[in-house]
Design a protein around this ligand. Sequence first.
Ligand SMILES: CC(C)(COP(=O)(O)OP(=O)(O)OC[C@H]1O[C@@H](n2cnc3c(N)ncnc32)[C@H](O)[C@@H]1OP(=O)(O)O)[C@@H](O)C(=O)NCCC(=O)NCCS
Length: 148
Amino acid sequence: MPNLNASENVSVRTLDLLGSDAEYLDPAWDMVKQVKGIHRVDYEECLPGNITLGAIDEATLSGVALLSVMRNVFVIALAVHPDKQRNGIGSLLLRNVEAYATGQNIFEVALEPAASDSVLKFYERNGYAWTRETRPWADPYEMIKVLQ
Ligand SMILES: CC(C)(COP(=O)(O)OP(=O)(O)OC[C@H]1O[C@@H](n2cnc3c(N)ncnc32)[C@H](O)[C@@H]1OP(=O)(O)O)[C@@H](O)C(=O)NCCC(=O)NCCS
């Protein structure tokens, strides 16, 4: 997977949180629990069969994306450590999510954004748009980005 880094210190890679990367499971959950409506038991049940990308900053996990890969790549959860937010890590993770998708010959990334102005602005700035603007028949609560 191409590693599209925001800075020289941050790298993004897939994580096996239930195996070789178990040391990052608690830090990952500490970030993901910021996303409303997710419980730890459900999060851990989601891990097998889905893909986790982690942004690692000098051996410290600073952000995670949990992805379901089917006809498109669906971002189940995206979260950055509270102390590291607004430093480009969320955008870096999204760029790596998109690179992961195109690497699988998938050209659409979808997500259901939290209803907060800052989260919506974040996704809009990263090129995501409401499906209801382009696809009235699709889930109206999803935002998508079509990849070139
Ligand atoms: C949403 C989130 C993933 C963004 O990650 P990030 O690394 O902070 O985002 P980036 O640094 O790449 O982008 C920052 C831009 O997003 C928007 N933004 C992100 N967080 C914001 C906040 N708390 N207040 C206002 N704007 C915010 C702004 O447009 C900001 O640009 P600016 O700093 O120039 O104003 C992160 O804030 C987060 O983990 N939030 C808690 C979990 C969550 O809500 N996840 C989304 C669930 S759908």
